[in-house]
Design a protein around this ligand. Structure first.
Ligand SMILES: Nc1ncnc2c1ncn2[C@@H]1O[C@H](COP(=O)(O)OP(=O)(O)OP(=O)(O)O)[C@@H](O)[C@H]1O
Ligand SMILES: [Mg+2]
Length: 350
């Protein structure tokens, strides 16, 4: 079990006409990835999904908050002693081209981590070669064909499978798939999604799926949990099917209304999230137009208020925290959930 509480991260960006500015990427995020479970983070570009994925994989540190892996708080360990824990979380990069070294064969790419593992566990060297073949078989590739080849000799889908096989060399507990199919040809996406799903079922590996696309999140784990992130805050969280069929937060409703097809993968990964129409405001203003951050940050109001058709005075004054409503299985951060089902949220079709 891997979890986190209060994960907070602010980037300090330097340069540009506006000078240095602070970009709050994550604002006190709590999460839990159960063993063998599926968790999806969804939200528009820049909301902090990748930053959170990288912190969970130990590739980035947080400013505040705590990551706990198998009951051990990572902040209690030295950098060196943390590494074996974070090794259990493997990131599958969205771009399989840049994730593999073009000058090394697939055999070389897999042999290095496996040889290390053989040494660590006192296995003979031959084990590494055998295991490389086994792992490629596991991800649906023919080892005889793939092992001697260079990345450029393989298709995008094959390369992504190799990247997943390489992640499996360390027997991970969690695979963090960050937009793992977005750069792959549409015809090959379903295969990769099916593979991640299959690895969950066969190996019991958890999948943390980071995406813009609700349909793919649903495909990976209908039994899983969906986290809807808006400007670094989780605004809604709950069982995938519940959140999709009965979204409570207006932002979630906007995300869902922007995606016309929600029944499985009829349009695999093609539909991108279309943000809610801003009434004189847009998240692209959040970090670029205000050197010290967005005005709503200072006001302490709801982060979504500037774009929300349901906002009240309270929303502009006070920031709602994620909580249960009593009658909904999901948690949401909204003061006015009772208005949800009545009015559709306007969506810009850009
Ligand atoms: N290394 C960095 N230095 C400065 N700012 C950063 C850095 N990484 C991310 N950010 C900023 O933090 C915010 C969150 O970025 P992040 O990449 O996590 O978003 P995302 O949800 O993954 O977006 P996308 O869907 O486009 O991949 C953005 O405003 C981004 O510009
Ligand atoms: Mg990202």
């Amino acid at each position: 079990m891997i979890g986190g509480t209060g994960i907070t991260k602010t980037f300090r960006q330097r340069g540009g006409v506006l000078g240095a500015r602070e970009v709050p990427a994550l604002r006190g995020v709590d999460f839990a990835i159960p063993k063998g479970g599926a968790v999806s983070f969804i939200g528009e570009s820049g909301c902090g999904k990748t930053t959170l994925g990288r912190i969970i994989a130990g590739l980035e540190t947080c400013d505040a908050g705590e990551i706990v892996i198998d009951g051990v708080a990572m902040s209690s360990l030295s950098h060196r002693r943390r590494q074996p824990y974070f090794r259990r979380v493997q990131l599958v990069h969205q771009d399989p081209y840049s994730a593999l070294n073009p000058t090394r064969t697939i055999h070389q790419a897999l042999a290095a981590p496996l040889a290390l593992r053989a040494r660590q566990t006192g296995r003979p060297r031959a084990w590494a070669d055998e295991r490389a073949g086994e792992l490629l078989g596991m991800v649906g590739l023919d080892p005889g064909y793939v092992l001697p080849r260079y990345p450029h000799q393989l298709s995008g889908g094959m390369r992504q499978r190799v990247v997943i096989a390489r992640a499996l060399t360390v027997d991970p507990e969690v695979l963090v798939a960050d937009e793992a199919v977005s750069m792959i040809d549409v015809s090959l996406r379903l295969g990769i999604l099916a593979l991640l799903k299959d690895l969950r079922e066969r190996l019991g590996v958890s999948v943390l799926f980071i995406t813009h696309d609700v349909a793919t999140a649903r495909y990976i784990g209908t039994d899983g949990e969906l986290y809807v992130i808006y400007r670094g805050q989780v605004v809604e969280r709950g069982p995938v099917e519940t959140v999709i069929s009965a979204p409570v937060h207006p932002y979630t409703q906007a995300l869902l209304s922007a995606i016309p097809v929600l029944h499985g993968l009829e349009s695999p990964g093609e539909q991108r999230v279309v943000p809610v129409e801003a009434s004189g405001d847009h998240p692209s203003d959040d970090t670029s137009g205000h050197p010290g951050g967005h005005p709503s940050d200072h006001a302490g109001g709801c982060l979504f208020a500037p774009r929300c058709p349901f906002r009240t005075e309270r929303c502009e004054r006070e920031r709602p925290v994620l909580g249960h409503d009593g009658d909904t299985p999901q948690r949401h951060a909204c003061f006015h959930p009772e208005r949800r089902s009545v009015v559709a949220v306007p969506v810009s079709r850009r």
